[in-house]
Design a protein. Sequence first.
Length: 42
Amino acid sequence: MYELFIELTNQIFWEGYAEQMAIENPAVFQFDYNEFMKAIKN
Protein backbone atom coordinates (compact mmCIF):
# COMPACT_ATOMS: atom_id res chain seq x y z
CA MET A 1 0.00 0.00 0.00
CA TYR A 2 2.92 2.30 0.66
CA GLU A 3 4.01 2.11 -2.98
CA LEU A 4 0.46 2.86 -4.10
CA PHE A 5 0.34 5.93 -1.85
CA ILE A 6 3.63 7.17 -3.31
CA GLU A 7 2.45 6.54 -6.87
CA LEU A 8 -0.90 8.28 -6.42
CA THR A 9 0.61 11.24 -4.59
CA ASN A 10 3.18 11.70 -7.34
CA GLN A 11 0.44 11.55 -9.98
CA ILE A 12 -1.70 14.13 -8.19
CA PHE A 13 1.14 16.58 -7.63
CA TRP A 14 4.43 15.94 -9.43
CA GLU A 15 7.01 13.18 -9.72
CA GLY A 16 9.07 13.13 -6.55
CA TYR A 17 6.54 15.03 -4.44
CA ALA A 18 5.95 12.19 -1.99
CA GLU A 19 9.65 11.62 -1.42
CA GLN A 20 10.25 15.34 -0.99
CA MET A 21 7.41 15.65 1.51
CA ALA A 22 8.72 12.65 3.48
CA ILE A 23 12.10 14.35 3.83
CA GLU A 24 10.98 17.95 4.39
CA ASN A 25 7.92 17.30 6.55
CA PRO A 26 7.74 13.72 7.81
CA ALA A 27 4.84 14.43 10.19
CA VAL A 28 2.60 15.63 7.36
CA PHE A 29 3.70 12.73 5.20
CA GLN A 30 2.79 10.26 7.95
CA PHE A 31 -0.55 11.97 8.57
CA ASP A 32 -1.43 11.87 4.86
CA TYR A 33 -0.38 8.24 4.61
CA ASN A 34 -2.52 7.33 7.63
CA GLU A 35 -5.52 9.15 6.12
CA PHE A 36 -4.95 7.31 2.86
CA MET A 37 -4.91 3.97 4.68
CA LYS A 38 -8.15 4.84 6.51
CA ALA A 39 -9.83 5.75 3.22
CA ILE A 40 -8.71 2.50 1.59
CA LYS A 41 -10.13 0.43 4.44
CA ASN A 42 -13.56 2.10 4.24
